[in-house]
Structures are given as structure tokens and as C-alpha cells.
Ligand binder design. Structure first.
Ligand code: B16
Ligand code: MG
Length: 217
């Protein structure tokens, strides 16, 4: 078997926090009178908080100082954290839980590769704080997706080469990051039709099909 590990994106793959990101950005954009909808939000998937803010502010008629941008990013994050506060282990679907357990039982290493600085908080809310073999996130990188840094860091943490790890992503920026880093990629959700991917998943549990040599479904 080529793969010895799976590196998962978090928002939009393990859990549906992308809806909370959208609501928090939408409320900020509305307050600033900046047009923002779900289609525009789809371009922010996998992109860091400050880069996302820059993209939103481009549509404003006024300019913002660096200090104002920092305050706006903090405002969005506070709103997002209030939404995350409502999450519990019940927000981890049975499908994701069962698939992760099967992959683990098959002997694969499992890691997270997320742009989010809220990764430890989200994993704690959904009861997965101690589950993964490694967590690379927005707190330990200098370049966010589409840069491959976060996936390379995850592979390094589990002491494997990129060619031995499969990345699971839901965002084009994440697929670009995986490919630039030398990883195969399985895509779902927003990125499921991305032709650059090796595997196309309609559901999370279809990931088991990438490991048919190891797992009988
Ligand atoms: P935070 P992922 C990404 O997470 C989100 O997709 C993206 O929308 C967000 O801006 C980014 O994390 C930063 O998140 O504000 O929590 O640091 O998809 O890479 O898991
Ligand atoms: Mg994502």
C-alpha cells in the first residue's frame, strides 16, 4: 500500500465549521456595507484569517489601516468563537467518527493539516483533542494554503514522506497546497470536481475505498 497516513483538512472535512466562518464574515461585511455572499465565501476556504479579510476589504470603497484590519480580524474571530462555543462531540458525525476509527484500526497514521488557528479549540469541542497522531495548524506555520507548509509540517511530525501520505481536502487552495507539496489528494465538498485530485469522494466514508487493500467495507 502506497499510503501510510492520511492528513485531513479540518473545516469542511472533519466538521462543518465552514458555515460558522461564513456567518461571522457575513456579519462583519454587512456592518461595513461590503457585498458578500456564499459564492464569494467559497474563495476563502482554506485561506488564512488575515488574507480572507484582505479579500473582503478589496470590495470596500474605503481603505483600512493595519491596526483597523487587526481589530476587524479580531471582531470576526470573536463572533466565530461564539458560534464554535455551541459545538459538542455531537457535531462529529457518526460517519466521520466510524471512518476515522476504521482507518486507525487499519494501521494508518492520522493527522490534521488546517490553516485555522482555532484548530485546538475545535478539536476540543468535538472530542478529538487526543485522537490524531499529529496536528499541524495555523499556529505553527508562516504561509497558509495554497502554500504546502502545513501539510509538509504534518508529514514531518509523523516522520513520513509526502508520497506516503494522502491529503483530504474540500478547498481548491488546499488541493493546490497538497499538489505543490508532492502529496496525492482526495477531494470532497466544494473541491469534489477538482481534476487535479487522485480521488473524488461523494461522501467522507468513500475514503475507505482508497484503502481497499487494507480495509474491507
Ligand atoms: P481561523 P481549513 C481554514 O481552515 C478555513 O477553511 C478558512 O475559511 C479560514 O479562514 C482559515 O482556516 C483560518 O481560520 O480564522 O480559525 O484561524 O479548511 O484549512 O481547516
Ligand atoms: Mg477546509
Amino acid at each position: 500500500m502506497k499510503y501510510k497516513a492520511v492528513i485531513f483538512d479540518l473545516d469542511g472535512v472533519i466538521c462543518s465549521t465552514d458555515e460558522y466562518h461564513y456567518l461571522a464574515w457575513k456579519s462583519l461585511a454587512d456592518r461595513l456595507d461590503i457585498p458578500f455572499d456564499r459564492e464569494e465565501y467559497s474563495h476563502l476556504l482554506g485561506v488564512s484569517r488575515l488574507e480572507s479579510l484582505e479579500l473582503i476589504l478589496k470590495k470596500s470603497s474605503r481603505t483600512f489601516t493595519e491596526a483597523e484590519k487587526a481589530t476587524l480580524a479580531e471582531e470576526k474571530n470573536a463572533q466565530y468563537r461564539r458560534l464554535l462555543d455551541q459545538m459538542s462531540p455531537a457535531d462529529l458525525s457518526e460517519e466521520v467518527r466510524d471512518t476515522l476509527n476504521r482507518l486507525r484500526r487499519a494501521g494508518l497514521k492520522l493527522a490534521i493539516g488546517s490553516s485555522s488557528q482555532n484548530t485546538p479549540f475545535i478539536l476540543e469541542r468535538i472530542g478529538l483533542s487526543h485522537f490524531f497522531d499529529a496536528v499541524a495548524d495555523g499556529n505553527c506555520i508562516t504561509h497558509s494554503k495554497p502554500d504546502p507548509e502545513v501539510f509538509l509540517k504534518a508529514a514531518e511530525m509523523i516522520r513520513l514522506q509526502p508520497g506516503e501520505c494522502l491529503v483530504v481536502e474540500d478547498a481548491r487552495a488546499g488541493v493546490t497546497a497538497a499538489i505543490r507539496g508532492g502529496f496525492d489528494c482526495a477531494v470532497m465538498g466544494d473541491a469534489r470536481e477538482d481534476e487535479r485530485a487522485t480521488w473524488h469522494l461523494n461522501t467522507f466514508s468513500e475514503l475507505l475505498g482508497c484503502f481497499s487493500e487494507l480495509i474491507t467495507t
